[in-house]
Design a protein around this ligand. Sequence first.
Ligand code: HEM
Length: 183
Amino acid sequence: MQSNSQYYTKTAQVIHWIMAIIFITAWLIGFYSGNFLSYENDGSFKGDVITLHKNIATTIIFLVVIRIFWRYTHPVPALPESMSPMMKTMAHLGHLVLYLLLLALPITGCLFSWSAGHPAPVLYLFNIPQLIGENPQIMSIVKPMHIYLSWFAGFVVAGHILMALKHHFIDKDNVLRSMLRQK
Ligand code: HEM
C-alpha cells in the first residue's frame, strides 16, 4: 500500500528509531561478548554481559510483530521517481531481508539460549516461555546460525545506513527525511 504522503506515519517512525537503537546496541554487546570475552578469565562478567544482550534483544520480538502489523495496515511513501526500477526492486528486497533478520535473530538467539539450558529474559522483567529444553544437538545448529546471521545483519544494517546517507547527501532526495519528519 503506497501513501500520498512523503512521510512515514509518526508511529512507524517511532518504532523504526526505537528498533534501530535496540538492534545496534544488542548487536554491539553480543559482538563484544562473543569476540572479546571468555569464560576462562572473566566468566561471571561475560555471563552478565550475555544476560544484558538477551534482556535488550528479546524486545525486538515484540516490536517486530507490532511493526509488521503497522506496515501492512498503513501506507508507506513511494520511493523517489529518480530511482531506476532496478534500484527500487533492490531497495524493496533489502527491506524484506531486514524484516526477516529482525525475526530470525531473536528467534535463533532464544533457541540458542534454551538449547544451552538458559532462559530468554525480557528487560529483566520476565522470561519468554521456554519452548525447548536443554539440547546439545539443537544448540550445535542454532548457535552458528545466530552467529552467522548476526554478522550478515551487521553488513545489511551498515548497507542500509550507507544507502540512507547516500539518498540524503548525494541524491539529495526525501528518503531519509521520510523517516524523520512530518509535513
Ligand atoms: C536483534 C536481536 C539480536 C542481535 C542483533 C544479536 C546479535 C548478536 C551478536 C552480534 C552476537 C555475537 C556473535 C559473535 O560471536 O560474533 C550474538 C551472540 C549471542 N546472542 Fe545474540 N543477538 C540478538 C538476539 C539474541 C537473543 C534474543 C538472544 C537470547 C535470548 C541472544 C543470545 C545470544 C547469545 C547467548 C550469544 C553468545 C554470546 C557469547 O558467546 O558471548 N541473542 N548476538
